[in-house]
Design a protein around this ligand. Structure first.
Ligand code: NAG
Ligand code: NAG
Ligand code: NAG
Ligand code: NAG
Ligand code: NAG
Ligand code: NAG
Length: 929
C-alpha cells in the first residue's frame, strides 16, 4: 500500500511539476536539505521502501524533488510525502522541517523514528489537513499542541509495534474537541488509558481506537455517528458496551466494525440487520450468547464474519451458507449444535467451525466451495465416513483440520486421488486413519497430525521423499512398530509417543527441536550421535527400555530445555558436563538404575525448575547446594540411597521457589531440617494469582511428577505450578517435629510417615490451611492430637496410625470423613471413629492440651474455641452433628444454617459458663474444706 502511494505521488508530481513553471523559494530548499541532513537513510529499516530524499539535489528546483509538492501559484511547499523512505533518526524542536509553515499534508509513515518524541512544534503547522505517522514508531507522550491543528481532517498515528507512544486522557478529549474537521482518526496501539469522550466530530468516517487501553462503557452515540464507515475498538480489555437496539445511523454507512474482545455480555442484536453496507464484522471474544439473529441474513455485502470465542448457541442457520459475498466465516469455540446444512455459496474461502457441538455428516457440498483455503471442523461431534475425494477439486486449499470428531477418513477410489498442491496443514487426529496411501500426494505439507489413529507397521519409504517440507509431524498414539531414520531436513517437531516402536533409538535430523518418542519399546543404548541434533530443545525418551549410560554430551547441548528419560533401564553415572548457560528447565530421570552422586555441574543449570532423580540407585548426601538454583520448583530424590543428616545451610536464600520436595524412601537421618523449612518461600505464601508458566513447545510436553498423596501414588500433571508437597517419609529422621513446619501454609501434601519422630504433633499444624493429605503414621509421636487440627478444612486424608497418641480425637468438620484406620495402632485414642464416645475425663484431657507447653503457638481462634466449647459441653454425638452442620456451612453457607449455628453456639457458651461457674464454686467449696 505504501509503495503504491509512493508511485501515485511520484506520478502526480511528474504531471503537476512538469506542466507548470515553479520556482521553489530558496529558503525552502535550504530547509528541506537541512532536514534531510539531520536524518539517516537505513535500507535495513524497511528493505521494501526506497529513500525519496536521495533525489533531493539543490541543482534542481525543490518542487521537482521526490515527495515534495508546491503550491502552483506561490511555490510554497504544501505537501511532503516521505512515506516509506527508510528514514531513521529524530526530529527535534529546532528541526528545519518546522520552517515549512505552509504545509498542508505531511506523511512520514513507514519510517523508523524509534525513541524520538513527537515535538510540540508539529502544533505550528496551522494549515495542516493531513498528518500521517503510521508505523513510524515515534515514542513518548504526544504533545497537547497537536490539538491546535484545527483543520486536520486525517490524523494517523498508529505505531507498528508496541512502543510507549501515549496520549494523555485530557489531551485526547482536547483533541476531539478542537479537531472538528476530522474524518479519519487512527490511534491503534497508542496508549490512551481513558474513558471514551463523547464529542466526536460528526464528519468522522474512520475511527480506529483498537488496543488503546480505553475503559469504561462505550457511549451508544458512537454507533450513531452519521458518516461512520469504519469503527475499530477491539482489544480494549476493560471496555464494555451494549449494542443499539434501533437503527445504528440513518445512512447505514458502516462498512467495517471490529469490537473484538470488548465485553458486551449480550445477545447479538437484531439491529445488526440494519447495517446493510457492512462488509466486515468482528465480534470475537465479546462474551456473546444466545442465537444468531435472523436479521443477519440482511447483510448481503458481508465478506468476513468473525464471531469466534463466544457462547453463541443454537444451530448455524442455513442462510449463513447462502450469504452471497461471504468469504470468511469464523464461528469456532462457541456452543453451536445440530447439523450443518449444505453450502450454497461458493464465495467462501475459510470455514472455521472448530470446538462446537456440531454433529451429523460433513456436508458433501464442501467440494463445490472452489475457493476454499481453510476448513476447520475439529473438536465437534461430526460422524460418518469422510472421503478424501471431497477435497481433490479445491485447488486453493491450505489447511484441513478434522481432528477429534467421530468421523472415519476413507479413500474410496484409491489411485486417482490427489491432494491440491497448495495443502500445507493437515490435522487428522482421531479420524480412524488406517493406511498411509492417501497421503502419498500431499507433497507440500508443513504440519501433519495423524495422532490417535490406527496406523500400523512402519512409515512407508515414499514418505521421506514426499514430505520434505514438513515442520511438524505428529504420529503419536498409533501402532507403529519400527522406524529407521527420519530424513527430513527441515523438521522441527517429531512426536512418536505411545506407539509400539522397537529397536534402537532413531536419531532425529539436526534441525529437530522437539523430539518425543516416549511410551514405546525402544531398547539398546542411546547413541551419542543424538548430540548431533544441536538444536534440540525437548527430548522425551521416557517409558522405553533404553539401557546403558546417558551420553555425556547431552549435558552440553545448551538449547536443551526438557530432558525426559524416566522409566528406562539406564545405568551408570549422570552426565557430569552440564554447561554454563544451560537452558535446562526440566530434567527427569526417574525410574532408572543410575548410580553415583548428583553432579555438581547441575549448579550451572540456572533455569532448572524440575529435577526428578527418584527411583534410582544414587548414593549421596543431601545436595543443599541445589538450593542456589533460583527457579527450582520440584526436587524429587525419592527411593535412592541418600543418607546423612540434612545440615543447616549457610546460604541466605535456599530453594526460594521450591514447591515439591520428595526425599522419601532414603536413609536420611538426624532431626528434621528446621533450617530448611525456614526458607522455602514458595511453600510459605499462598498466591492464588499464580499462573502457569508458558514455554515454547508447551503444547507437546507437560511436566509431571509422581507423588504420594492421600495414601496413593499418583502422577501429577501440569498443575505443578499450583501444587505443593513435602514428602520425607520412610527415612530415619528422629527428634521432634519442628513447629516451624506450620508456616508452610501453602502445603497440599505433608508426609512424615515411617520415621522415628517423637514428641507431640505441633499445634502449629492447625495453620496448614491448604493441606489435603497429612500422613504422620509409623512414628513415635505421643500426647494428644492437637485441637487445632480441626481447623484443617481442606483435609481429606489423615493418617496418624501407629504412634503413641492418646486422648480424645478432636472432632471437626472433616472428622467424619476419616475411618478408624486413620487412628489405629495408637496407645489410647478415644472418640469417633475409634470408639463411641469420649467420657467425662475428656474435659481434663482437652484442658491438658490447652494448657500444654505448646499452647503459646495456638491462638484461641473463634472456631477452635467454638469446637472446644462444643466438646466440653456435649458428648461426641452432638459434635458430629455440629461438624456436619459446620461442613455444610463452610460449603454452602445458607442463611438459616448460620442462624442455627449461632443459636447453638450461644447455648454452648451459656452452658460452658454455667459449668465454669459450677467448677469455680466446687473449687471454692473444696478450698474451704
Ligand atoms: C483549539 O483550536 C484553536 C484554533 O481553532 C486554538 O486557538 C486553540 O489554542 C486550540 N486549543 C488547544 C487547547 O489546543
Ligand atoms: C431485514 O430485511 C427484511 C427484508 O428482507 C426486512 O423486513 C427487515 O426489517 C430487515 N431487518 C432489519 C433488522 O433490518
Ligand atoms: C442457548 O443458551 C441460552 C442461555 O444463554 C439458553 O437459555 C438456551 O436454551 C440455549 N439454546 C439452545 C438452543 O441451546
Ligand atoms: C474465486 O476466486 C476468484 C479469484 O479471487 C474469483 O474471481 C472468483 O469469482 C471466486 N469464485 C467464487 C465462486 O466466488
Ligand atoms: C545439519 O546437517 C547438515 C548435513 O546433514 C549440515 O549441512 C548442517 O550444517 C547441519 N546443521 C547444523 C546446525 O549442525
Ligand atoms: C555426528 O557428528 C560427527 C561430527 O561432529 C560426525 O562424525 C558423525 O558422523 C555424526 N553422526 C551422525 C549420525 O550424523
Amino acid at each position: 500500500m505504501g509503495l503504491s502511494f509512493v508511485f501515485l505521488a511520484f506520478f502526480f508530481c511528474q504531471l503537476v511539476c512538469s506542466s507548470s513553471i515553479l520556482v521553489c523559494p530558496k529558503h525552502q530548499s535550504i530547509s528541506l536539505v537541512k532536514f534531510k541532513e539531520t536524518l539517516n537513510v537505513d535500507p535495513s529499516a524497511s528493505p521494501r521502501c526506497y529513500p525519496k530524499t536521495n533525489s533531493w539535489n539543490t541543482s534542481r528546483d525543490c518542487c521537482l524533488w521526490d515527495g515534495v509538492i508546491c503550491d502552483e501559484m506561490t511555490g510554497h511547499v504544501i505537501e511532503l510525502d516521505l512515506s516509506c523512505s527508510q528514514l531513521v533518526g529524530t526530529i527535534d524542536s529546532n528541526s528545519s522541517l518546522f520552517q515549512l509553515t505552509h504545509l498542508q499534508r505531511l506523511n512520514l509513515s513507514w519510517n523508523e523514528f524509534r525513541g524520538c518524541h513527537i515535538s510540540p512544534e508539529f502544533g505550528r503547522f496551522s494549515s495542516l489537513t493531513h498528518l500521517d505517522f503510521l508505523n513510524s514508531n515515534f515514542s513518548g507522550q504526544i504533545p497537547s499542541e497537536i490539538s491546535r491543528l484545527s483543520r486536520l481532517e486525517f490524523f494517523r498515528l498508529s505505531p507498528s509495534s508496541r512502543t510507549d507512544l501515549r496520549l494523555a486522557a485530557h489531551d485526547f478529549k482536547l483533541l476531539l474537541q478542537n479537531l472538528t474537521q476530522l474524518r479519519e482518526l487512527h490511534l491503534t496501539s497508542v496508549n490512551i488509558s481513558s474513558t471514551i469522550p463523547l464529542n466526536f466530530s460528526s464528519h468522522l468516517t474512520t475511527l480506529k481506537l483498537g488496543g488503546t487501553g480505553l475503559y469504561g462503557i462505550i457511549a451508544e452515540s458512537i454507533f450513531h455517528l452519521p458518516n461512520l464507515e469504519t469503527l475499530y475498538l477491539s482489544s480494549n480489555y476493560q471496555l464494555s458496551g451494549s449494542f443499539p437496539k434501533t437503527k445504528w445511523n440513518s445512512s447505514a454507512s458502516l462498512m467495517k466494525l471490529d469490537l473484538s474482545r470488548v465485553n458486551f455480555s449480550d445477545n447479538l442484536p437484531e439491529s445488526l440487520g440494519y447495517l446493510t453496507s457492512l462488509n466486515s464484522l468482528s465480534l470475537t471474544n465479546c462474551n456473546l450468547r444466545g442465537l444468531i439473529p435472523e436479521s443477519l441474513s440482511n447483510l448481503t455485502r458481508i465478506q468476513s464474519l468473525f464471531l469466534q470465542d463466544n457462547s453463541l448457541n443454537g444451530t448455524i442457520p442455513s442462510w449463513m451458507f447462502s450469504l452471497p459475498s461471504l468469504r470468511r466465516l469464523f464461528l469456532s469455540n462457541n456452543h453451536f449444535s445440530g447439523q450443518l446444512e449444505e453450502f450454497k455459496t461458493s464465495s467462501l474461502e475459510e470455514i472455521i467451525l472448530g470446538s462446537n457441538q456440531l454433529q451429523g455428516h460433513v456436508p458433501k457440498s464442501i467440494q463445490n466451495v472452489v475457493n476454499l483455503t481453510g476448513l476447520d471442523l475439529s473438536n465437534n461431534n461430526f460422524s460418518g465416513n469422510v472421503d478424501v475425494s471431497l477435497f481433490s477439486n479445491l485447488k486453493n486449499l491450505l489447511g484441513v483440520v478434522l481432528s477429534n470428531n467421530k468421523i472415519s477418513l476413507i479413500n474410496e477410489n484409491k489411485g486417482s486421488f490427489t491432494w491440491p498442491e497448495s495443502l500445507n496443514v493437515l490435522l487428522l487426529a482421531a479420524c480412524e486413519v488406517k493406511e498411509w496411501e492417501f497421503l502419498r500426494s500431499a507433497k507440500y505439507l508443513w504440519e501433519l497430525d495423524l495422532s490417535n489413529n490406527k496406523l500400523q507397521g512402519r512409515i512407508p519409504d515414499w514418505a521421506w521423499s514426499n514430505w520434505l517440507s514438513l515442520i511438524t509431524l505428529d504420529i503419536s498414539n498409533n501402532m507403529l512398530t519400527s522406524i529407521d531414520s527420519i530424513p527430513l531436513l527441515t523438521i522441527d517437531t517429531i512426536d512418536l509417543r505411545s506407539n509400539l516402536l522397537q529397536g534402537s533409538l532413531p536419531i532425529p535430523p539436526n534441525s529437530t527441536r522437539n523430539f518425543l518418542i516416549s511410551d514405546n519399546n525402544l531398547s539398546e543404548e542411546i547413541p551419542s550421535s543424538i548430540c548431533n541434533s544441536t538444536s534440540l530443545f525437548m527430548l522425551d525418551l521416557g517409558r522405553n527400555n533404553l539401557k546403558g549410560a546417558i551420553p555425556q554430551c547431552l549435558g552440553t547441548i545448551t538449547t536443551l530445555e526438557v530432558l525426559d528419560m524416566r522409566h528406562n533401564n539406564l545405568s551408570g553415572n549422570l552426565p557430569t558436563t552440564f554447561s554454563n548457560g544451560s537452558s535446562l528447565r526440566s530434567l527427569n530421570l526417574h525410574g532408572n538404575k543410575l548410580e553415583g552422586k548428583i553432579p555438581q555441574s547441575l549448579a550451572n543449570c540456572k533455569e532448572l525448575q524440575v529435577l526428578d532423580l527418584g527411583d534410582n540407585h544414587l548414593v549421596d548426601t543431601f545436595p543443599m547446594w541445589l538450593g542456589a538454583l533460583p527457579k527450582l520448583k520440584v526436587l524429587s530424590l525419592r527411593a535412592n540411597k541418600f543418607h546423612g543428616s540434612i545440615q543447616p545451610s549457610t546460604m541466605e536464600t535456599i530453594f526460594p521457589e521450591l514447591q515439591i520436595i520428595d526425599l522419601s524412601q532414603n536413609a536420611f537421618s538426624g532431626n528434621l531440617p528446621a533450617s530448611l523449612f525456614q526458607h522455602l518461600k514458595g511453600m510459605r505464601t499462598i498466591d492464588p494469582s499464580k499462573e502457569a508458566p508458558r514455554y515454547r513447545g508447551d503444547t507437546y510436553y507437560k511436566d509431571s511428577i509422581t507423588v504420594t498423596t492421600k495414601g496413593l501414588v499418583r502422577e501429577i500433571v501440569r498443575i505443578l505450578y499450583l501444587y505443593t508437597a513435602v514428602d520425607l517419609s520412610s527415612n530415619k529422621f528422629g527428634g521432634q517435629i519442628p513447629s516451624i513446619m506450620g508456616d508452610l501454609i501453602a502445603l497440599h501434601v505433608l508426609n512424615l510417615s515411617h520415621n522415628g519422630l517423637q514428641g507431640r504433633i505441633p499445634p502449629s499444624f492447625g495453620d496448614l490451611s491448604s493441606v489435603e493429605s497429612l500422613d504422620l503414621s509409623g512414628n513415635q509421636l505421643s500426647g494428644e492430637i492437637p485441637q487445632q487440627l480441626v481447623s484443617l478444612t481442606s483435609l481429606s486424608f489423615l493418617n496418624l496410625s501407629h504412634n503413641h497418641l492418646r486422648g480424645c480425637i478432636p472432632q471437626g468438620p472433616q472428622s467424619h470423613t476419616f475411618e478408624s484406620n486413620s487412628y489405629e495402632g495408637n496407645d489410647g485414642l478415644r472418640g469417633f471413629p475409634v470408639s463411641k464416645s469420649c467420657g467425662d475425663d475428656q474435659v481434663s484431657d482437652t484442658n491438658d492440651t490447652i494448657s500444654g507447653p505448646d499452647d503459646e503457638e495456638s491462638d484461641s481462634e473463634y472456631w477452635s474455641d467454638f469446637w472446644k466449647a462444643a466438646l466440653m459441653g456435649y458428648g461426641s454425638g452432638l459434635c458430629i452433628g455440629l461438624s456436619i452442620l459446620y461442613f455444610m456451612l463452610s460449603t454452602g453457607n445458607p442463611k438459616w444454617l448460620v442462624r442455627i449455628i449461632e443459636d447453638l453456639e450461644h447455648n454452648i457458651m451459656m452452658r460452658r459458663r454455667k459449668k465454669q461457674r459450677e467448677q469455680r464454686n466446687n473449687r471454692r467449696r473444696n478450698n474451704h474444706f
